[in-house]
Design a protein around this ligand. Structure first.
Ligand code: PEP
Length: 255
């Protein structure tokens, strides 16, 4: 991470975990543990039904509650989806877009990820845009090309001004929820490629100011080394974000 140039962001993705009551209990547990640790932004992206409870519990703390997805239309016949205005109406300003589980299990593509990102940005939200290669692509030696292409497709039509509200989460799909972590060097190399691609699209100033997280089995044991890399500006954390002690250790590693 390079705190001189950009903000470190440690974000949890609860996925399909935590009822409202469980979310409240978790936030109440972790709130005092991360109090005053202000060298990074701390975010938990919660299931839609648990957002309000988590926000209520997080009131007055340094914890921000976000959502796990957003639809690109404002309203209408999109059963099961939630719009940016709906999220904004309950005070949500941060949202994950393009998580690999959405791409893998729910048919989301770079095109719809791009539309969702644009809709959230148009509503004034901050987007954590997830991308990364699958195992076959890494084994084929095309990780850099895949990352560059995804960034270009996912950010198509997004302005340099809007990039102020975009965080990139580099998440190699083979490392998500598998216990396999990219080595610090692999994470650094991919994040550097992503930054270089952003520079190609928007220039160096925007690239240097963009927070790029690593995600994929980050935990209390490996966070410090991953976060020590100059192009890794934080983490997006699934499993370890459900355990207050583990998540707090990651926040500590970012201090
Ligand atoms: C994620 O859900 O974005 C993630 C990185 O999960 P995990 O930390 O469990 O690999």
């Amino acid at each position: 991470m390079n705190p001189a140039k950009r903000r470190t962001v440690i974000a949890g993705n609860w996925k399909m975990n935590f009822t409202p009551a469980e979310a409240t209990a978790f936030i109440n547990e972790i709130k005092p543990m991360v109090a005053g640790k202000d060298n990074c932004d701390i975010i938990f992206c919660a299931p839609f039904v648990s957002i309000a409870a988590a926000m209520e519990a997080a009131k007055g703390s340094n914890i921000v509650i976000g959502a796990e997805n957003v639809h690109y239309e404002a309203k209408g016949a999109y059963t099961g989806e939630i719009s940016a205005d709906m999220l904004k109406a309950i005070g949500v300003n941060t949202v994950l877009v393009g998580h690999s589980e959405r791409r893998q299990y729910f048919g989301e593509t770079d095109e719809t990820v791009n539309l969702r990102t644009k809709a959230a940005l148009a509503a004034g939200m901050r987007v954590i845009l997830c991308m990364g290669e699958v195992k076959e692509q890494r084994l084929a030696g095309i990780t850099n090309e895949v990352c560059a292409m995804q960034i270009k497709l996912d950010l198509a039509g997004i302005s340099a001004e809007d990039m102020k509200n975009v965080i990139i989460a580099y998440e190699p799909v083979w490392a998500i929820g598998t216990g396999l972590t990219a080595t610090p060097e692999q994470a650094e190399d991919a994040c550097a490629v992503i930054r270089a691609t952003i520079a190609e699209l928007y220039g160096n100033e925007v690239a240097e100011a963009t927070t790029i997280q690593y995600g994929g089995s980050m935990n209390d044991a490996n966070a410090a080394e991953l976060l020590s890399k100059p192009n890794v500006d934080g983490g997006l954390i699934g499993g370890a974000s459900l355990v207050a002690k583990k998540f707090t250790a990651i926040v500590d590693a970012a201090q």
